[in-house]
Design a protein around this ligand. Structure first.
Ligand code: SF4
Length: 114
């Protein structure tokens, strides 16, 4: 085996190590954000005028949303898979709005079945 083959193998191994470390850091960071949201009971309530909230037609009160936007009357934040709380929690985190809490009886257009 000549030196150029050895160097190529070392470079490939180095690339793999780098990608593994970057991937691991990204995963830890992603999990860390979600865990923090789920654990933090003192999240600031989402402002309905927040740019993303407006774009997703979010409302603290799902029953106030026009039927044309929310024809399925059984959809609320508390039964959305992105809601960090349970059915009994009035406010909890939502992975769409990091660092904020949304109303359990709220709704937005990103609703996903639990
Ligand atoms: Fe509520 Fe789900 Fe929209 Fe988050 S994604 S605001 S939990 S409906």
């Amino acid at each position: 085996m000549d030196n150029s083959n050895v160097n190529e193998k070392e470079k490939a191994a180095s690339r793999r190590r780098f990608l593994r470390s970057v991937g691991g850091a990204a995963t830890v960071s992603f999990i860390g954000i979600n865990t923090a949201d789920a654990d933090d009971k003192e999240l600031q309530r989402l402002d309905e005028k927040d740019k993303t909230a407006v774009a997703l037609k979010y409302s603290h009160d799902a029953s106030a949303v026009a039927e044309s936007l929310r024809p399925q009357k059984d959809r609320f934040c508390y039964n959305c898979s992105l809601y960090a709380g349970n059915e009994n929690e009035e406010w909890a985190g939502c992975s769409i709005f990091p660092g904020k809490s949304v109303a359990g009886r709220g709704w937005c257009g990103a609703w996903v079945r639990k």
